[in-house]
Every structure is written in C-alpha cells, then in structure tokens.
Write a protein of this length. Sequence first.
Length: 191
Amino acid sequence: MPFLLVPLILMCQVGIQGKVMNTVIGPYVTYGERFYTCEPDNRLLPWTLRLRGSHFNPQKPKEAQLITGNVTAVNETFDDSCWIKVILDLRSNNQWKENNFVFSFRRNACHALRSNIPKFYEHIFKKRADDKGACILKPGVYAVNNTPIDWSFPNVPIFPYGQYRFRMTFGRGEDLFACWVAETKCLPKPD
C-alpha cells in the first residue's frame, strides 16, 4: 500500500489554493502608546519617567515614533552593580495576562539596558550604545523633545504579535530605584 502512495503523490502535484494565513510570531515593529510610572504604595522613587509618544500611522509603519519628555534621576546612580527586571503582560480577552514574559538580570543592569534597547539608551541618555567603556548613568534630567526613536530589540529578533504592558523595574540590593511602564503594540514588520 505505501508504494502506491508515492506514484499517486508524484502524479497529483496540484496543491490547494487558499488564503495565506498570517503568523502569530515573527519579525516585528513596535511602538509605545502610553508611558507612566508604577511606584509601589504611592511613594516617589529616585528614577522617574515622563514620556509622551506620537501616534502610530498604519499607512507609514516604517516611520519612527517621536517621543517627548524626560527621565529624572535623584540621588542614585544606575550602573552595573544594579539589577533590572522586565515583565511583559499580554492583553487578551479585554484584560492583562500578567507575567507573560519575564527577563531578569541580577547584575550588569546598565549593560543589559544598553545592549537590549540600544536606541532608547542612545536617545534618552545621550550616550553611544556601542561604547565598550563603563556603563554609568548619573543622577540628572535626561530630556528629549520630538526625538525619533526606533524601538528595536536586537537580542529579540522575533516576537509574538499583540498588545503588551512592558514593566521595567531596577534597583540595587533591596532598594527599588524605578518602576516604569510602557503600553505597547507589536505588529508584523512591513517588507
């Protein structure tokens, strides 16, 4: 019986013509819809984020998003002695599914930020992401005004498409320095 299937397959090579089904994972483009802080117990943390992003234009998906605002740091230096944790919550069925993806770096937080979100690092902190020197961000105000930003993550080339809540916390030891949130959308990258 199996030997009869081989000639049958070779003679009938016409496939079923159907619609192309979009994948749920692949190369992506992402943009921020909303940025805010998530201070626990309404206490002010040393590093605050105040950003506003331009709206996404589906007709021009390759156009960079413009961001305006600042990151303000008071009394604490962010360097490689710090830890960083990123939690991605997925929006599904009209609610957030928490802890969908968790990225945790127990040390070398500044290098992790610099290598995983290089364009954000360069535009906000005005430092080169490919610099091989010490990674230190001192207290101060880091401001941007209508700055085009490419939300690319070189260490994550493909990702599931959808709407995410990107929560980033960092600190040193038991001390929490910042809790930042960006509500984002991840869409298929245009050709």
